[in-house]
Write a protein that binds this ligand. Structure first.
Ligand SMILES: N[C@@H](CCC(=O)N[C@@H](CS)C(=O)NCC(=O)O)C(=O)O
Length: 229
C-alpha cells in the first residue's frame, strides 16, 4: 500500500531555521502573507511524515492540503508568489524573470559551491580558505555592480531574486564577519544589512519549538491576537 502523505487544512511547511533554502521559502510565504503550518525540524532527526512526503529529504518541503508536494525552494517561492499575490516581487516581464533566474542559478551553483568550501575549508585541503573566498567574491562583485546602480538586485523594487539570494550572502558574510565588514562591497553590505533588519526576516528567524505531533500547530506568519487559524 502506498505511504499516506499527511495533510492539514493549511499547507504544511517543513523547515530548518538556519537553512538558506528554507529561509527563502519562509521569506516568500511571509511576503505574500499566506498562512502555513510551520514544522521546524532538525536535519539530524527528520520526521517520518516529511520523508514520506519527500523521500529526497531536503528542506524546505511544502505539503498542500490536497497532498501535492513542493520540495524545491524555488518552486515553493513560485507557488507563494504565483498563487497568493505578492506580485510586485514576481515581475511579469519574461526577460526580467529570465535574468532573475540566471542570477539565482549562479548563486545556487558556483557561488554556493565556493561558499561551502570557504565555510568548511578544513574539509577541502586542496586549496586555501582565501582561495575559496576569492572564488565567492566573483559573485559578490557582480552583486556589487548591480547594487551600485539600483537599490535592489533587479531595479529599485525588491523581487524574489533578492529574497532568494540574500540568505546565502548572509552565510558568506558570517563565515568571517570581520573580513566581510571591511571588504570593498559597500552596496552589498548595505543591501544585506537592510534585509537582515527587515520585519520579514526577523519574523522568519524567530526561534520556534522543534515540531512533534504532540504540540499544538505553529502557524507562520504567527496568528495575530484574536486571529483564528
Ligand atoms: N535544491 C534544494 C536544496 C535544499 C537543501 O539542500 N537543503 C539542505 C539544508 S540547507 C538539506 O535539507 N540537506 C539535507 C540534509 O542535510 O540532510 C532546494 O532548493 O530546496
Amino acid at each position: 500500500m502506498p505511504a499516506v502523505i499527511e495533510t492539514s487544512p493549511h499547507p504544511i511547511l517543513y523547515s530548518f531555521r538556519r537553512c538558506p533554502y528554507a529561509m527563502r521559502a519562509r521569506l516568500a510565504i511571509i511576503t505574500c502573507a499566506h498562512k502555513v503550518e510551520l514544522r521546524d525540524i532538525l536535519l539530524k532527526d527528520k520526521p517520518v511524515s516529511m520523508v514520506t512526503a519527500s523521500p529526497k529529504a531536503t528542506v524546505p518541503v511544502l505539503v498542500l492540503s490536497d497532498a501535492t508536494v513542493v520540495d524545491e525552494s524555488l518552486d515553493v517561492m513560485h507557488w507563494a508568489f504565483k498563487e497568493h499575490g505578492g506580485s510586485d516581487f514576481y515581475p511579469t516581464d519574461p526577460a526580467l524573470n529570465t535574468e532573475i533566474e540566471t542570477l539565482i542559478a549562479e548563486n545556487d551553483g558556483p557561488f554556493k559551491s565556493a561558499l561551502d568550501r570557504y565555510k568548511y575549508f578544513v574539509r577541502f585541503p586542496e586549496a586555501g580558505r582565501e582561495d575559496y573566498r576569492s572564488e565567492g567574491e566573483l559573485f559578490l562583485q557582480k552583486l556589487e555592480n548591480r547594487l551600485q546602480q539600483t537599490a535592489h538586485l533587479f531595479g529599485n523594487q525588491p523581487t524574489y531574486g533578492d529574497l532568494a539570494i540574500f540568505p546565502f550572502i548572509r552565510q558568506f558574510a558570517n563565515s568571517d564577519k570581520v573580513w566581510f565588514d571591511q571588504a570593498p562591497y559597500p552596496a552589498v553590505q548595505n543591501w544585506l544589512s537592510a534585509w537582515l533588519s527587515s520585519d520579514a526576516f526577523v519574523h522568519t528567524m524567530k526561534k520556534r519549538p522543534i515540531w512533534n505531533s504532540e504540540l499544538p500547530p505553529v502557524y507562520f506568519p504567527e496568528l495575530k491576537s484574536g486571529e483564528v487559524a
